[in-house]
Design a protein around this ligand. Structure first.
Ligand code: SAH
Length: 243
């Protein structure tokens, strides 16, 4: 069954945007996922069609009105998780992306201005999601990011080339580094082991590199991974002993 997506936004023209190209675009044309946008402004009730107002308590910017946003949410058929993109949400993870991609689809609310009246999150069943510790001008790019991550996992979208099981984060580690032709470039040669044709050695090397790189680049991930198993990284000591 296709993966239905509904986006609630003040800028429906931003969709599908980049998701109309490449594998997501092909998936959309083939009906592997579907897209619906809802213009939040259509639910404004005053004659100026206003969707925002100044913040209670004062301060800079504008806040999206609870009554208007809730009416937009209520216009979407129930039965799918409703996500709101906000820097105050739980940071998106590959595990959450995988769970969403295997679910019934998603409805995504995109904020603008200073954000959305907090009472909406209390009054409706909404999951607040952040894509990282930085501030965007609106939730649309965050929604596109979340969708791209979900869509590539939908059955049929990526083809048979890879199940994606090896990717960074799927194993709790960063992925090993990649190389391709030419064998020598600017005096740098592809590691010999990758040209050996010995698949057992190649697998072992890749696993070791993934562990070393995760430990050095993402100590936070490594610690979590270490906590889940008890083994030290195979060969990481010798390889990085001179740093
Ligand atoms: N005043 C808010 C930021 C508002 S940014 C604060 O300081 O928390 C405007 C909108 O952009 C938000 O409502 C949200 O929808 C979106 N947005 C900004 N940064 C985001 C992030 N890191 N993750 C998800 N959505 C984000």
């Amino acid at each position: 069954m296709a993966f239905p997506v509904t986006i609630l936004t003040l800028y429906p023209e931003m969709f599908p945007g980049p998701l109309g190209a490449s594998i997501a675009g092909r998936g959309l044309r083939e009906g592997l996922w579907s897209l619906d946008t809802v213009q939040i402004r259509d639910f404004a009730t005053d004659r100026h069609r206003s969707v925002d107002h100044t913040p209670a308590g004062g301060g800079a910017g504008m806040v999206m009105r609870a009554d208007v946003v809730a009416a937009a949410i209520d216009s979407v058929p129930p039965g799918r998780p409703v996500l709101a993109m906000t820097p105050r949400g739980a940071t998106l993870t590959q595990a959450r992306v995988r769970a969403l991609a295997s679910g019934p689809g998603v409805t995504i609310l995109c904020g603008r201005f200073e954000g959305i009246d907090q009472r909406v999150f209390e009054a409706r069943d909404i999951e607040e999601v952040s894509i990282g510790d930085y501030i965007l001008s609106g939730g649309e790019m965050a929604a596109l990011t979340l969708l791209d991550a979900c869509i590539r996992l939908l059955p049929g979208v990526m083809g048979a080339a890879s199940s994606g099981d090896d990717e960074s984060f799927e194993t709790g580690l960063l992925e090993y580094p990649h190389y391709t032709r030419p064998v020598t470039w600017e005096g740098r040669t592809i590691p010999q082991v990758l040209r050996s044709g010995d698949h057992a050695r190649i697998d072992a090397w890749r696993k070791q590199q993934a562990e070393i790189d995760t430990r050095l680049r993402r100590p936070d991930l490594w610690e979590r991974h270490e906590g889940a198993r008890v083994q030290p990284p195979s060969g990481a000591r010798q390889k990085n002993g001179n740093e």
